[in-house]
Design a protein around this ligand. Structure first.
Ligand code: HEC
Length: 166
């Protein structure tokens, strides 16, 4: 009797395992697909971050013109979280080239902050140059052409229940 019960448990757990596995595989498939579609709202937020980055770039340019290493620090501190969000955005789009260039952009900003805080103008200006090059490299690659934007949800009505022309 006890043996029977165990055997039944083994069978049903096998079924449960199969069910969980198939759901899991399906779930991974859906997640991978969803990861390559962004919403129109996310695209707009990305563009707003780009505009904010451009403003900060002007402050960084002032630091360069003034030959003032420390003046790079404050704008770079504001830029870094924007670039982190940009990296997350590009990972979500799945556009490989932009993901790589976004990483380079962030690394240049990290280096810029280290050298700015250390008061090393030569190293900071080199990092600033690297930063600008990776901004430009990404723009030249036009990754936006590969971004899939989710369709806005459209109102649908079950067939045969709507008024004609409504
Ligand atoms: C990983 C890619 C990438 C990097 C790195 C990048 N950008 Fe952009 N940027 C874009 C794309 C793509 C667009 C075009 C907008 C879109 O997505 O349709 C853009 C647009 C812009 C715009 C116009 C925004 C608008 O309203 O359309 C500005 C300004 C800008 N970027 C500044 C910068 C600055 C400054 C940096 C460096 C600190 C930078 N970007 C780094 C990809 C990048």
């Amino acid at each position: 009797m006890v043996f029977r019960a165990l055997e039944q448990t083994a069978v049903s757990s096998k079924w449960i395992l199969a069910l969980v596995m198939s759901l899991g595989v399906g779930g991974i498939g859906l997640a991978a697909e969803a990861a390559h579609v962004v919403t129109a709202h996310e695209v707009a937020a990305h563009k707003a971050r780009m505009d904010a980055a451009e403003e900060l770039k002007l402050d960084l340019q002032d630091a360069l013109d003034a030959h003032d290493a420390k003046a790079f620090s404050a704008p770079t501190r504001k830029l870094l979280p924007l670039l982190r969000q940009e990296q997350a955005y590009w990972r979500k789009t799945g556009v490989a080239e932009a993901i790589a260039l976004g990483e380079q952009n962030g690394q240049a900003a990290d280096a810029l902050l280290v050298h700015a805080d250390a008061g090393d103008f030569e190293a900071a200006s080199t990092a600033y140059g690297d930063l600008l090059r990776s901004c430009a490299a990404c723009h030249d690659a036009h990754p936006e052409a590969q971004v899939q934007v989710a369709q806005q949800p459209t109102r649908t009505r079950p067939a045969g229940t709507g008024r004609a022309g409504g």
